[in-house]
Ligand binder design. Structure first.
Ligand SMILES: NC(=O)c1ccc[n+]([C@@H]2O[C@H](COP(=O)([O-])OP(=O)(O)OC[C@H]3O[C@@H](n4cnc5c(N)ncnc54)[C@H](OP(=O)(O)O)[C@@H]3O)[C@@H](O)[C@H]2O)c1
Length: 275
């Protein structure tokens, strides 16, 4: 119904892996569990490995699985980041600057999010604002703070307008199908009556699109991606996809992004989704 691309092929996967190998640094927010942790695991494991994997978490002392991974892979760097705290964002930028130096940051993955479940009857202004702050405002503030490092990476990789992609500079916002306004109708409208989460992801989609307009002249690719319904704390045990399945496909899509994907909303299979 919304696809404009066929399933990812083996050559797609290989060319995506080559892009990651040319990519100096990838930063993942909310990397201590769920899809963020899986992103770091899959990036470190093999084909998709970039130069530096910067894994952020708000509490490294309790991020045991992430620390275990970092002990095994010397290219994983753990940095503290509470995505809703401006001071924490600023400190994180400074630490990342130390790590990447004049190479800048190639790929920022705004993954951290919350899901405050509330329907029409239980929703409150506070729940709406809290969910909006973490899922839509934070990715925007983080991208603003990292802009100098993203621009630095983009200018180093510049070789013509057609060279957009993670090997140059990209902002990937982890969005969700439930943020699609168009799909919230008919049969589908009766699932997931989550006002705070759904509205926050719609807002994130708009943020992604606006950033795509504003950062295009700097050569920074911006897009929103839906990872599928996945078995994490947020997705729940009944979800059909494992984190490994979602992320291996998602990384193939991210690695293959180019200027034609700038400003898009896609799923983990590379299919275009309706806004
Ligand atoms: N799972 C799915 O089925 C699904 C479907 C569609 C979209 N997504 C999207 O995929 C992304 C990852 O989801 P997930 O399933 O991995 O969720 P998850 O298991 O609930 O993990 C959420 C992550 O976000 C972090 N986080 C939340 N608030 C934070 C803050 N203020 N500062 C720093 N980190 C914060 C959490 O850290 P703490 O441990 O410190 O809380 C945790 O690492 C999200 O953007 C989500 O909306 C997931």
């Amino acid at each position: 119904m919304w696809s404009n691309r066929t399933r990812l092929t083996q050559p797609d996967m290989m060319s995506a892996q080559a892009s990651f190998q040319k990519c100096g640094s990838v930063l993942v927010t909310g990397a201590n569990r769920g899809l963020g942790l899986q992103l770091v695991k899959s990036l470190a494991a093999g084909g998709f490995s970039p130069g530096k994997i910067i894994a952020t978490t708000r509490d490294p002392s309790s991020a045991l699985k992430l620390k275990e991974l970092a002990e095994k892979h010397s290219n994983i760097y753990i940095v503290v980041l509470d995505v809703v705290n401006q001071e924490s964002i600023q400190k994180c930028v400074e630490e990342v600057h130390e790590l990447v130096q004049e190479e800048g940051l190639n790929c920022l993955i705004n993954n951290a999010a919350i899901n405050l479940v509330a329907d029409f009857h239980t929703v409150t202004a506070e729940k709406m604002i809290e969910n909006f702050r973490t899922n839509a405002v934070a990715p925007l503030m983080i991208t603003k703070a990292f802009l100098p490092l993203l621009k630095q990476a983009a200018s180093r990789g510049a070789c013509g307008a057609e060279s957009m992609g993670i090997q140059r500079a990209a902002v990937i916002n982890m969005s969700s199908l439930v943020g699609s306004v168009q799909l919230t109708w008919g049969e589908r409208a009766h699932y997931f009556k989550w006002y705070p989460h759904r509205a926050s992801k719609s807002a994130l989609n708009m943020v992604s699109r606006c950033m795509a307009v504003d950062l295009e002249s700097d050569g920074i690719l911006c897009m929103a991606i839906h990872p599928g319904w996945v078995r994490t704390d947020m997705g729940g045990p009944q979800a059909p996809l494992s984190p490994e399945e979602s992320i291996s496909s998602l990384l193939s899509v991210i690695g293959g992004l180019s200027e034609k994907d700038h400003g898009s909303f896609q799923n983990y299979k590379g299919e275009t989704l309706p806004w």
